[in-house]
Design a protein around this ligand. Sequence first.
Ligand SMILES: [Zn+2]
Length: 253
Amino acid sequence: MTVETGPVSSQLLELQIIDQQIRAIQDRVESFQGQLEAVEEPAMQLAEEVAATETRVRDLKLEERRLRLAAEDKRLRVQRLEERLNLVKTVREEAAVQAELGLLRRALDQEEHEVISLLDQIGRLEERLDDQRAGMEEARSAVVPKKEEIRAKQEAIRTEAAELELRRGLFAEGIDRRYLAVYEGLAKGGRKVAVAAMTDDGACGACFSLIPLQLQNEIRSTGRLVSCEACGVIVTAPPDVVPDELPEPANKT
Ligand SMILES: [Zn+2]
């Protein structure tokens, strides 16, 4: 592609700047998506903590109930043994009942201690649960306004993007279609740079490969556009050499 052109080089360079701005704005719109997800995070984490504490409290309550029933059962047995003690007829029989009673009372004592310790743990966990639930509610109530704030910013940026895309469309309409097609082809291929000005020392402004001397001269003198042989981008004259006075292409739309 070595067709003589007028201001098409600066048009393409400007189009590229607009496209870069559009990409930057689209990145910003996307970054808000991540922010929206991050806003949920603290409340979700606190909800997990609440659920874990609830499970622990439930388990401890079951354990406490089991021990309490076991203790009640032992208390009844102690009572029956004490009644039997009043009815014993021999010293040997009394000694046997006393021994059993001693064992049973120690076991009962042990269980009662455990019940008290469990009730204490449950009480402290329930207090923690209250705090955790309050924290979770607070975090949850902050989610909606934060999301609205982020969405409002996102919406403003979307509007900005739409305006820019509109401007880009109008601007592109003014560019010679042949060059525009080459530019679009390069840009759609995923390149960040589709058009670059030649450097002062005659290299491609994108990949810095040296451009053949004869072509360099033509680029400088006529403002001709060329494809870089190394990387394929459209190479224009250096910005200060872009010859505004050159005639525009015949088929310019
Ligand atoms: Zn190149």
